[in-house]
Write a protein that binds this ligand. Structure first.
Ligand code: AMP
Ligand code: ZN
Length: 114
């Protein structure tokens, strides 16, 4: 998608701090962090939101979470804990309509989330 922020970041057309770049998934630091660690886990395939997911994307979504797990392990977050969040729809806080997971850590996490 030509005008999509996360497609443009993937292609290097807009700069971002990439912390992982794989075949199907990449991860960047969130520009407006909500926790000491705040990464975005992003599939290279453009899907506007979780609602665009098809059965054929099941493996891709597993791959995204696996990248999150490996990054969390690399950052030693296993014992302190971390949260992975997927906002779907503007009412739930989604502002970029290219599906992505937030990986948040480094501060106490409240439940239920706000
Ligand atoms: P959401 O609100 O769930 O759609 O998440 C979108 C996230 O993208 C927000 O946390 C923003 O801070 C983040 N964001 C927006 N623009 C950029 C950018 N250029 N580089 C990195 N993160 C961004
Ligand atoms: Zn996109």
């Amino acid at each position: 998608m030509g005008d999509c922020l996360f497609c443009q970041i993937d292609k290097g057309e807009i700069p971002a701090e990439k912390v992982y770049d794989g075949e199907e998934v990449y991860a960047i630091k969130d520009v407006n962090p909500q926790a000491p660690t705040h990464l975005l886990l992003i599939p290279k395939k453009h899907l506007s939101s979780l609602m665009d997911m098809e059965v054929t994307d099941e493996r891709l979504f597993g791959a995204i979470l696996n990248v999150g797990k490996h990054l969390a392990k690399k950052m030693n977050l296993e014992s302190s804990g971390f949260r992975i969040v997927l906002n779907t729809g503007s009412g739930a806080g989604q502002s970029v309509f290219h599906v992505h997971f937030h990986l948040l850590a480094g501060r106490p996490m409240k439940w239920p989330p706000g």
